[in-house]
Each structure stands twice: as structure tokens, then as C-alpha cells.
Ligand binder design. Structure first.
Ligand SMILES: Nc1nc2c(ncn2[C@@H]2O[C@H](COP(=O)(O)OP(=O)(O)OP(=O)(O)O)[C@@H](O)[C@H]2O)c(=O)[nH]1
Ligand SMILES: [Mg+2]
Length: 292
């Protein structure tokens, strides 16, 4: 069996995303600060490609979620990179980190002060600032909003595309924010990034070819974290010219066998996909700074 990389191109762009993008463009003038949410495990793949164009030069905080699941050594290189570009970056585990809210509010307050100083100079009354949360699906936007609001105010879920409409939520007397649904770039031109997104849940599972996705995971893991494959599946190396040997080894190691001892490849694919998603292959960061 040979690996056929062109077999399945991921091309997912649900209608509500195009709509959101238009809506954001229309209302960007109402917005004073952007909370750009990125998955720490894929600082390039989960970043909206045309974000700069979309938000103009609004003040921005980059919020790197799922920091608890990433390979910190690699992700921290991106943090330094974004900070060097002049962005404020906050890494967080939204499930546990209590400080994230105060960090974000502190940063937002300094934008609020600047804004109201300018308004005062023009003889205008102070007002609260309006924040916009943006990010691709499943990066933790709704979870972040719930943290900020302090109660369950926005729908969250572990499937991409849960939030489908725009709504304003008041955080406190100074800040109100918009929960926006995930925005994916129109064309997933870089298939490596598209597959990273699929591997870590930001693209609907139903549209993904499981074989192609699991082979992508093997390829990335073999390149970036070969020791993890050895640890979990007992594989020394992955031979992509004869992937069957690797799949067979995993099938035997993990008991993915049909009656009569035949290998159950569908089960092997789902094991690989699940193992990565459930962190059983360890903390990973699938992008590398050198790609930029
Ligand atoms: N471990 C971990 N899980 C997180 C973190 N942030 C979010 N999650 C989980 O990631 C999943 C997606 O979170 P949501 O808040 O629904 O993501 P979203 O960006 O609103 O997703 P859509 O509305 O589908 O675009 C949920 O299962 C969250 O519990 C984090 O920092 N660490
Ligand atoms: Mg959501």
C-alpha cells in the first residue's frame, strides 16, 4: 500500500463562516479590541490567515488556549515570535487557569484608558470598550467567553461549529464583547495545515477521510516526535513506501484484529486519530516556527 496524499483534499467552508466574515467586516468599526484565539498546539495552522486584513490595526491580544496540551518548548518559540512583532500574548489552560481573566482584563483596561483619554481630548464622554473574539472553530472561543463573563453565557461544545450566530455579552461595566463563531479561511490552501486542524478537531470529522487523516498524523509524529510512536506502538520508524508494515505493527500492538486474525485497518485509523486527540501520544505542537 502506498500513501496517496492527493486522494483527499480538505475543503471546508460552511456558509455561516462566509457570513460571519462579512458581518465582522461590517462591524469592525464598532470594535475597540480583538481577542484572537489560537490553539497552542498549532500556532500557524489555527491562525486565521487574513486576520490582519480583517481587523485592520485594532489593538489585539493573542490568546493561546490549550496550553496544557501543547509542547511548551515549541509553542514558546511562537510566543516570543508574536511578542517580537509587538503583540500581547497570553497562554492559558482555559479549563483551570484562574489568572487568565484578570490578565485579559488588565490588558483591555489599558486599551480602555487610551481610548477614553482620546475621547476626553475631543470633548467626548468616556464609554465602555467593545471586544471581539475571533478564531477558527474549536479553539476555545466560547470557553474563553464563559471565563470572562463568569457564568455559562455562551454555548460551548467539543464539536466545531457550535456557535453559529453573533451576540453581545457584557463582561463588566467597562467591557462588552461579541462571541463570534469560528472563521476558517476561504481556501485551505495549505493541506498540511488543514490536516493539522482536522487532527486536532477544528474541522468536522464527518468530512475527513479517516485513512488520510491517520496517515497524516503518522507522518507528522514520525517527523516531530518519533519517540512517541515508539513508546505507544513499538514502531522504530514509519516507512511511507510500505505503510502496511507500520499499520500491521500498530494493529498487533493495539489488538485491532478481526476474527481470524486479519488486521482491522479502520480500527487502526480510529486508534491513531483518537490517541492524538486524547493526548495519548503526549503533548504536541504540530507547527514549527521555521515554517513562517
Ligand atoms: N484542555 C483544554 N481544553 C480546552 C481549553 N479551551 C477549550 N477547551 C476545550 O475545547 C473544546 C472547544 O471549546 P469551545 O469553547 O466550544 O470552542 P469554540 O472556539 O467556541 O468552538 P466553535 O464554537 O465550535 O467554533 C471544548 O471541549 C473545551 O472544553 C484549554 O485551554 N485546555
Ligand atoms: Mg463556540
Amino acid at each position: 500500500m502506498k500513501m496517496n496524499e492527493n486522494k483527499t483534499n480538505i475543503n471546508w467552508y460552511p456558509g455561516h463562516m462566509a457570513k460571519t466574515k462579512r458581518e465582522i467586516k461590517d462591524m469592525i468599526n464598532l470594535i475597540d479590541i480583538i481577542y484572537e484565539v489560537i490553539d497552542s498546539r498549532m500556532p500557524i495552522s489555527s491562525k486565521i490567515v487574513d486576520i490582519d486584513e480583517l481587523i485592520n490595526d485594532k489593538p489585539r491580544i493573542i490568546i493561546m488556549t490549550k496550553y496544557d496540551l501543547c509542547d511548551k518548548k515549541e509553542t514558546d518559540k511562537f510566543v516570543a515570535h508574536y511578542e517580537n512583532l509587538g503583540h500581547k500574548v497570553i497562554c492559558c489552560d482555559l479549563m483551570n487557569n484562574k489568572n487568565v481573566v484578570s490578565k485579559i482584563l488588565d490588558e483591555s483596561n489599558s486599551v480602555l484608558k487610551d481610548m477614553n483619554a482620546k475621547r476626553k481630548a475631543k470633548g467626548m464622554k468616556p464609554r465602555s470598550i467593545r471586544a471581539l473574539v475571533v478564531g477558527v472553530p474549536n479553539v476555545g472561543k466560547s470557553t474563553l467567553i464563559n471565563r470572562l463573563v463568569g457564568k455559562k453565557a455562551a454555548t460551548i461544545g467539543d464539536k466545531p461549529g457550535v456557535t453559529k450566530s453573533l451576540s453581545w455579552i457584557r463582561i463588566n461595566k467597562d467591557i462588552e464583547l461579541l462571541d463570534s463563531p469560528g472563521i476558517l479561511w476561504p481556501k485551505l490552501e495549505n493541506q498540511e495545515h488543514a490536516y493539522n486542524l482536522a487532527a486536532l478537531s477544528s474541522i468536522k470529522e464527518e468530512i475527513i477521510d479517516q485513512e488520510a487523516l491517520s496517515l497524516h498524523i503518522l507522518k507528522v509524529m514520525a517527523k516531530l516526535y518519533p519517540e512517541r510512536l515508539k513508546e505507544r506502538y513499538g514502531i522504530e520508524k514509519v516507512d511511507f513506501d510500505d505503510i502496511t508494515a507500520t499499520l500491521d505493527a500498530i494493529a498487533i500492538k493495539r489488538g485491532a484484529l478481526l476474527k481470524g486474525g486479519e488486521k482491522d485497518y479502520d480500527k487502526v485509523y480510529s486508534i491513531i486519530i483518537r490517541d492524538l486527540k486524547e493526548n495519548l501520544l503526549g503533548n504536541v505542537t504540530l507547527d514549527r516556527l521555521e515554517e513562517i
